[in-house]
Design a protein around this ligand. Sequence first.
Ligand SMILES: [Zn+2]
Length: 325
Amino acid sequence: MIDQATIDRILDAAQIVDVVSDFVTLRKRGVNYVGLCPFHNEKTPSFSVSPSKGVCKCFSCGKGGNAVHFIMEHEQLSYYEALKWLAKKYNIEIKERELTKEEKQSQGLRESLFLVNQFAAEYFQDILYNNVDGQSIGMTYFRQRGFRDDIIKKFQLGYCTEQKDALAKTAVQKGYKQELLLKTGLCYMKDDGRTIRDRFWGRVIFPVHNITGKVVAFGGRVLSAATKNVQMKYVNSPESEIYHKSKELYGIYFAKQSIIRQDRCFLVEGYTDVISMHQSGIENVVASSGTALTSDQIRLIHRFTSNITVLYDGDGAGIKASIRG
Ligand SMILES: [Zn+2]
């Protein structure tokens, strides 16, 4: 939990106009500011921001509140998470009080899973840039796809070597529990019940970020001869405490601001489609990556726009999937 003094500092720093301006283009009107409401689709501005009162409100759909409420609604965060989001924006160091045992247990597992995923994402990136195979196999693949350096960095792409337990070993050495590696699905236990294996060995890695930018899962694509006869081209993280496939959209974190600005979301099939479009300057794009479109995913898009354009492959399967979607 965050102590009260820190909360007060965050509330002081988070000026409402500044916070809202990150997501809404505001124009001064008298003592207030107005803009298009980010919470519903409209053509004439009914979203009003009052710097003197420190609040915002939509006169059409009624949503709004102070800076914390705005971030909670916009980023779909809890009160606590919204405070942390604002603290980060304003470089305020958070002094957290010791959690009770019960609080620790409920928060503990999810946070630990996020930490392990964060570690793994950094590990895969490090391999891509600094390991011989990472360079000669992983980086070569991305370059062949025509991905630029800045785009490879932005999407935190990585590589996992063909050594089948390299990640597991490194993680355990660094103090991450084997149990967490299994729960995130980064690793799995072989049938013998003793041997732990990296799920993504020999694959290039696409981390999947949730709406707040945390890594919830990974997708891995096979590349080299050693893994070619492994059945599937793509392998994805299994469902976990922090990853529900049907509720996530690949690219949503990098797309949300552009979706609001353009009032449109392009829906494509895969990771590389999202990345290619970003590289071409089109950022309001997400992928449902390998699953049929779900109502949760549509609801997620609907928080930012009511307009979706489906851009699936032009083959029979793609057309069928578009219509079903
Ligand atoms: Zn509204």
